[in-house]
Design a protein around this ligand. Structure first.
Ligand SMILES: C[S@@+](CC[C@H](N)C(=O)[O-])C[C@H]1O[C@@H](n2cnc3c(N)ncnc32)[C@H](O)[C@@H]1O
Length: 227
């Protein structure tokens, strides 16, 4: 399957996560609690009648693969800035997926029935850039279309957010030493932007989407937006 290059800019998943790319699918489960469950919830929310899907920050294609299983007549476009990870996605996904190398904040989105994303949108730093993307998503969605995102959205309340961070650290401690777990969380906090849940939902609503919370545990959430 062809990987369509749009830009040479690389986000570099391997260096961001400090792993070898071939280990991604196994290591992401050690990093994120309930990773599988959240992706299943997201894929189950894509309407079965959907024909065209877009996966933002598709990575190795984990969410796209689940969506294609559940929505048998759908075709997808997977957008990712890292050409190396797209090679892994290409090996996993069949001809129903077209892969496009580029930034989802600078790519015009095709008309579609669903836009999905998992652990990708926390890479957008500025809320104004997020707001712009969400307006693009709403414009790309056909009537009745859905936007689904799986990501980290902590509580706005500091004490609660601290508890959620501890719960995330407990998950890391089942694989990593305390020192490693602390270093991982610190590194991600420097590079990622976790918008609190209520503020994130407000951004979605301002773009014109109706919102639902599909799943919530600790700092993690699966969000649904309806056009
Ligand atoms: C943590 S990975 C998640 C991958 C996959 N969705 C999953 O759930 O396993 C984040 C992905 O988003 C991609 N990414 C980050 N910022 C991006 C951007 N601005 N445009 C396109 N892709 C981006 C990265 O290259 C990476 O593949």
């Amino acid at each position: 399957m062809a990987v369509h290059a749009q830009t040479r800019k690389q986000v570099g998943v391997a260096s961001h996560l400090g792993i070898k790319l071939a280990e991604y699918d196994q290591r992401i489960r050690t990093f994120i609690p309930d990773y599988e469950e959240m992706l299943e919830v997201a894929a189950a929310a894509v309407p079965r009648r959907a024909r065209n899907l877009v996966d933002l920050g598709t990575g190795t294609g984990a969410l796209t693969a689940r969506c294609l299983l559940r929505v048998p007549r759908a075709r997808t476009v997977g957008i990712d800035a890292d050409p190396e990870i797209l090679k892994l996605a290409a090996g996993r996904l069949g001809s129903r997926a077209r892969l496009q190398c580029g930034s989802f904040t600078r790519t015009s989105l095709p008309a579609c029935d669903a836009v999905v994303a998992s652990f990708a949108l926390h890479h957008i730093r500025a809320r104004s850039a997020k707001a712009h993307l969400y307006r693009q998503i709403r414009a790309a969605l056909r009537r009745g279309g859905v936007f689904i995102s799986v990501d980290c959205h902590p509580a706005a309340n500091r004490a609660l957010a601290q508890q959620q961070r501890q719960a995330w650290k407990s998950h890391l401690l089942s694989t990593y030493t305390p020192r490693e777990a602390t270093a991982l969380l610190a590194a991600w906090a420097r590079e990622d932007t976790y918008v609190p849940l209520q503020a994130e939902l407000e951004l979605w609503r301002k773009s014109g989407l109706r919102t639902e919370l599909l799943w919530r545990k600790g700092a993690f959430a699966v969000l649904l937006g309806l056009r």
